[in-house]
Write a protein that binds this ligand. Structure first.
Ligand SMILES: *[C@@H]1O[C@H](CO)[C@@H](O)[C@H](O)[C@H]1NC(C)=O
Ligand SMILES: *[C@@H]1O[C@H](CO)[C@@H](O)[C@H](O)[C@H]1NC(C)=O
Length: 518
């Protein structure tokens, strides 16, 4: 089933009036149904509370969760209590956790006003701070950073609530002898972007984050190496396939944005070629591969007068950024386009495809804003141009697919709308709440009594974005189908910004009498 798309002639007609309101009208009439993006935004932020490790605060809203992981780091003599579980298990994996925080922070930097208008600003900052508080603890001296607590193999052997965990809580670190430039780089990006977020509301904390970010960058840059070479247990879970050069450039660029220190910009310019920043043309952006995000962030510098001297390199960053955008909209040459399902969903790969979709929706939304504010279009292959409206319309189509505009009429954002996955692959959500039943549930008891049943999960993992449908828009709502039903923190993180932007458009739209009927 094809989604209804913008009729190009209809768009042109509307455009002739060249007014902002007409644009809003054109973008929302292209959807088959209206979604409550403010509700989706609120739910997406709630999800991060379900993933909290450590001692939960008094204002915890997800009440089926309780304290967990309270001895993390004890064996190693460090306090590693806190942070996030990455997905449906209880390992605290540093790289995806840092990427989650970077994307949340970027969302707040771009759409802070819209998030505040929806009444969600405090919740967004809380979600970021739960991660950055942990990164501060894990950075025990300038050249030591704790990379992971728990390990996938041991953890996956059990199906338990986090509150009952009996599995290994061994912690693993990177340091001078065990480098991890990718992990250090991504954590730098997370802390530097969060430093921008907290600059106004909590300047002391912002300073502290910057201090850690700068030290981590120095460490990662000086002692070069992939973190999965140093922390072997991460290899079959979050191996760093793209290496560390993308993260080092990304880290330097976020530090430049946070400090205005030319040294960091110089790094991004000088190493643009040798580190692949202007060499790699990508069709995906993820916790592992940062190039497209880096290229988009770098492109936005072009408009500022003070960056004119670096125009030559920045333009090359932009050319690769636009390759990514064109690929998402299928405007590249032949095989250089991202695939789509028959229902119109971007399709990169089978396992947890939704992460690529939500990341793309975010990058497209940002780039659309950039084109609009700088009054530009982009040129794809064969002189095909794209304007900011087409790009935003496509991002909107992806958000709408996620929320239920798809062949199964299913929302892949858990807890949103009338129909959503009910057997999410998630230990805590699939077992009776600890608050309700404090009796210990053992390692394999969880498999026997909760995992293997066909009942819906007793706890709804509100706001989680699951792995999503296959290349034919099919989805099997089964707990054992982790390829499709597991949710990850970095799936939802980029959606916060996207929903904030769309909820603002929808609000403005509803104020227009002529479109009040839908
Ligand atoms: C891209 O287009 C050019 C002609 O413009 C053609 O020679 C080339 O084979 C195309 N590449 C792919 C991958 O389709
Ligand atoms: C989805 O909704 C449409 C429109 O209401 C309906 O025609 C279609 O049969 C539904 N599909 C499924 C799988 O429920």
């Amino acid at each position: 089933m094809e989604r209804k798309r913008l009729d190009p002639h209809g768009t042109k007609k509307i455009l002739r009036f060249a007014c902002h309101c007409c644009f809003l009208l054109s973008i929302f009439t292209s959807t088959t149904r209206a979604f409550d993006y403010a509700d989706a935004l609120k739910k997406s932020l709630l999800y991060f509370e379900s993933q909290r490790s450590g001692r939960l605060p008094y204002n915890q809203r997800v009440t089926w969760r309780d304290n967990s992981g309270l001895t993390d780091g004890l064996e190693q003599g460090v306090d590693l209590v806190g942070g996030y579980y990455d997905a449906g298990d209880h390992v605290k994996f540093g790289l995806p956790m840092a990427f989650t925080v970077t994307m949340l922070s970027w969302g707040v930097i771009e759409y802070g006003d819209q998030i505040a208008n929806a009444g969600e600003f405090e919740h967004a900052l809380d979600a970021i701070k739960w991660g950055t508080d942990y990164f501060i603890k894990a950075h025990t001296n300038p050249n030591t950073f704790w990379a992971e607590v728990g390990d996938g193999d041991t953890d996956h052997y059990c199906w338990q609530r986090p509150e009952d965990m009996t599995t290994s809580r061994q912690a693993y670190k990177i340091d001078e002898n065990n480098p991890g430039s990718d992990l250090a780089g991504e954590t730098t990006a997370a802390m530097a972007s969060a430093a921008i977020v907290f600059r106004r509301t909590n300047p002391h904390y912002s300073h502290l984050l910057l201090h850690h970010a700068q030290q981590l960058f120095e460490f990662g840059n000086k002692y070069r190496g992939k973190y999965d070479g140093s922390v072997g247990v991460v290899k079959s879970y979050y191996a760093s396939v793209s290496g560390y050069m993308d993260e080092l450039l990304w880290a330097a660029l976020w530090l430049y944005k946070a400090t205005d220190n030319e040294e960091y910009l110089k790094y991004v310019i000088d190493k643009a070629r040798s580190f692949g920043g202007i060499g790699w043309a990508m069709t995906e952006f993820s916790w592992d591969v940062k190039y497209a995000g880096l290229q988009i962030l770098a492109s936005k510098l072009i408009m500022e007068e003070k960056h004119k001297a670096h125009g030559y390199i920045l333009e090359q960053y932009r050319s690769k950024a636009e390759y990514y955008i064109c690929s998402c909209l299928n405007k590249n040459n032949g095989s250089n386009n991202a695939d789509r399902t028959p229902g119109g969903l971007l399709y990169i790969r089978q396992w947890n495809n939704m992460q690529y979709v939500s990341n793309a929706a975010f990058l497209l939304t940002i780039y659309s804003d950039f084109l609009q504010s700088s009054n530009q279009k982009i040129n794809c292959h064969h002189g095909d141009t794209l304007d900011h409206q087409e790009i935003l319309s496509f991002a909107l189509s992806q958000a709408d697919y996620i929320l239920g505009s798809n062949p199964l009429n299913m929302s892949y954002l858990v807890g949103y709308g009338p129909k959503y996955p009910t057997r999410v692959h998630h230990r805590g959500a699939s077992i009776v709440s600890y608050r309700e039943n404090k009796g210990f549930i053992g390692c394999t008891q969880g498999y026997d009594n909760w995992y293997s049943g066909s009942d819906p999960n007793p706890n709804v993992l509100v706001g989680a974005l699951v792995g999503g449908p296959d290349y034919q828009d099919n989805f099997m709502d089964q707990r054992s189908n982790y390829v499709q039903t597991e949710a990850c923190t970095y799936n939802t993180a980029p959606l916060v910004g996207v929903f904030a932007k769309l909820s603002q458009l929808e609000n403005q739209n509803q104020n227009l009498p002529s479109v009040a009927s839908y």
